[in-house]
Write a protein that binds this ligand. Structure first.
Ligand code: IVH
Length: 667
């Protein structure tokens, strides 16, 4: 009986594996969904009844179920290298010339550069044993539990061999759209692009979640071709395809540079129609012996390059041009755009720099314009599509008066920018507000120049104490276009946290003329509290080394001014710390400028202590994890923040790691 069951399990496994292969690798249906479900249910039932006969590689595992508590590290047998990027035809020609000069006359394989994350898949006796991420190229993370849920990754090969293959794990465009639709309905932040979505999905601890994300693969690299008597890369692709892997059919063997350039042009055109994202074309020397002779640098093979497509351009409507006043009084026209997604992010605004820029581009309000964005670069308006004008467009008119104080604008000699010349223009407050929030001052994460200008123009912040009243307008702020619930919550957390800063940061932030961060520290150390400093005489100040007569006068006069004193009183009432905490800001490349979230209990330090230390090293601390977070420090019983960090592929420091960094800081 048991033998019969084992036989049936094998039969069912083969049927299901084949159906999966036909559907997910070859994109053809060979059995109906009903039949497939029937076989799968039968297999599940038998495995339940005879758990001893259930294999860890059974196709029933495709739906997930395995949950791990942390990612194990896996050392790659051979390093997983990445490729040097090139951006122009000239660089491709130079690559070819370099190889020819070394005495070769190579054929190349052109492949699509899939925008996902690379993975390595290991098989023993034809069975999938492990899947790993690239990690730092030497050590990756074990993602076997999730890899099993990727339907195009064979659980069993057509030949019972030992092999490692590498390729790209990606999420298709439609899958991302469907997932984001669901996330939108559930009020979850949207995934920015296919690459982030794929890497977040593969780093789930719970394979059920990964299974739902419907990841896919294209396999493109065989690290040990000599083991199988393979002589060229193109053969390796065919070999891997025959074994059951999903190998991209668009790859092409080409003979010369002209054919490479033709391939690039062809796929630049086909790119929007592909069901997955590509960000370039990979060009590889075909002959494996030539590859070996060309060799490697420490990071890259010398036999391959990645040509990256130029920035993406999309069309949208220029709804309006609005003016903002900068901290120096400079006026900037800004394009208000019909929201459009470029390179995975939504663009609603773009700077138009100055009047001349708008005139040169001949932009009219109502125009259809093309917007360009490359990677993380700021979006720009490229041109107006004049052929699409209807006659209803409105001419651009430069303003002549300041949008804040209404005084006449002027130009500085020889410059293109307009300025509000009114030294008392409230917009100038923006300058002091920006200074107050900057890293060396109160270090308020998220309250940068653009947001301050926005909040100022919208009337939420007029002076420094208003920053600490923003909490009152929480709901209004969350409803503002372009902000959102989470970002405002993070901002309010950062503002709250800044109240704990040591005196020198506040002192520098107040913007007393001539007081830089170094002098602020000197004063904080000497006087310990702001009250002590306020009550010191000009004479006493002058006696301090490095202060001198002018600075002493500035400081003294600043604290005589009633407006300044009332600001300080307000800040005191708002519970801002006004004493020197004795921890001078230091620099440390693991902390300075980075954004941290501390979660769970670290046994030897409180969360407050850790956050204070981070602040003193010029880092930021926040209460919730977002795509902007650089590191999450995780103690005992951390809760859901860790999952979020993993989903977003954010670096995690456990207690041990934090301890070693902390000890280093102390030494
Ligand atoms: S070959 C030694 N081929 O691009 C060979 N990589 O910029 C290494 N990628 O880390 C990789 N499509 O994640 C190769 N057809 C392709 C690729 C590809 C996407 C990714 C891969 C790699 C990165 C290098």
């Amino acid at each position: 009986m048991k033998e019969q069951v084992a036989k049936r399990i094998e039969e069912l496994t083969n049927i299901i594996n084949k159906a999966n292969y036909d559907y997910y690798v070859l994109s053809k249906s060979t059995i109906s969904d009903q039949e497939f479900d029937k076989y799968l249910r039968e297999l599940e039932k038998l495995e339940k009844e005879y758990p001893e006969l259930s294999s860890p590689n059974s196709p029933t595992k495709r739906v997930g179920g395995e949950v791990i508590d942390k990612f194990k590290k896996l050392k790659h047998k051979l390093p997983m290298l990445s490729l040097p990027d090139v951006f122009s035809e000239e660089e491709i020609i130079a690559f070819d010339e370099r190889i020819r000069k070394s005495g070769f006359n190579p054929e190349y394989v052109c492949e699509l550069k899939i925008d996902g994350l690379s993975g390595s898949f290991h098989y023993e006796n034809g069975k999938l044993t492990t899947g790993a991420t690239r990690g730092d190229g030497i050590i990756g993370e074990d993602i076997t539990h999730n890899v099993k849920t990727i339907k195009s990754v064979p659980l069993k090969l057509k030949d019972n061999i030992e092999i490692e293959v590498r390729g790209e794990i990606y999420m298709g465009k439609e899958t991302l759209a469907r997932l984001n639709q669901e996330r939108k309905e559930n009020n979850l932040p949207l995934l920015q692009n296919c690459r982030n979505a794929a890497s977040g999905s593969i780093r789930q601890l719970d394979s059920k979640i990964a299974a739902k994300r419907k990841l896919d693969t294209w396999i493109y690299h065989l690290p040990n071709p000599e083991d199988y008597g393979i002589k060229t890369h193109y053969e390796a692709l065919q070999f891997m395809s025959k074994l059951g892997f999903k190998v991209n059919p668009e790859s092409r063997l080409v003979k010369n540079i002209d054919e490479i350039l033709k391939f690039i042009e062809e796929y630049a055109g086909k790119r929007p129609k592909l069901s997955y994202d590509i960000d370039g074309i990979v060009i590889k020397v075909n002959d494996l012996e030539t590859q070996q002779k060309l060799g490697y640098t420490s990071k890259y093979p010398k036999w391959a390059i990645a040509y990256k497509f130029p920035a993406e351009e999309v069309l949208t409507k220029l709804i309006d041009i609005v003016f903002t006043v900068g901290r120096t009084g400079r006026i900037t026209p800004n394009a208000v755009l019909e929201p459009v997604i470029v390179m995975g992010s939504t663009i609603k605004r773009a700077t138009l720099h100055n009047e001349d820029y708008v005139i040169e581009k001949d932009l009219k309000i109502g125009d259809i314009v093309s917007i360009r964005k490359a990677g993380d670069v700021i979006p720009e308006v490229v041109e107006a599509k004049k052929e699409r004008r209807t006659g209803a467009e409105k001419d651009f008119e430069m303003i002549s008066n300041c949008p804040i104080c209404d005084s006449i604008l002027g130009k500085k000699p020889g410059q293109v920018d307009h300025y509000c010349m009114n030294k008392l223009c409230p917009a100038r407050h923006i300058e002091s507000l920006i200074h107050f929030c900057e890293r060396k001052a109160m270090n308020i994460d998220g309250l940068g120049e653009r947001i301050i200008e926005d909040f100022f123009n919208l009337g939420f912040i007029k002076n420094i104490s208003d920053i600490y009243h923003l909490e009152t307008y929480k709901t209004d702020l969350q409803e503002l276009e372009g902000y959102g619930k989470k970002s405002i919550e993070n901002l309010l957390d950062a503002i709250e946290l800044s109240k704990k800063n040591s005196l020198e940061k506040l002192l520098f932030g107040l913007g007393i003329e001539g007081i830089g961060d170094k002098t602020a520290l000197l004063l904080a150390k000497k006087f310990k509290t702001l009250d002590n400093l306020i009550s010191t005489t000009e004479e006493d100040l002058k006696q301090i080394k490095d202060i001198g007569a002018i600075l002493a006068k500035n400081i003294h006069e600043f604290f005589l001014n009633v407006d300044n004193l009332s600001l300080i009183n307000n800040l005191k009432e708002l519970n801002l710390n006004m004493t020197y905490l004795g921890l001078e800001e230091k620099e440390n490349n693991l902390i300075t400028g980075k954004r941290f979230v501390v979660t769970g209990t670290i046994s030897f330090m409180s969360r407050d202590e850790i956050e204070n230390l981070i602040l003193n090293y010029g880092g930021f601390a926040s209460g919730s994890v977002s795509s902007k977070t650089d590191v999450v420090i995780v103690g005992e019983k951390p809760g859901s923040k860790v999952d979020k960090a993993k989903e977003l592929e954010i670096e995690i420091w456990d207690e041990e790691k934090w301890k070693s960094i902390y000890e280093n800081l102390q030494s």
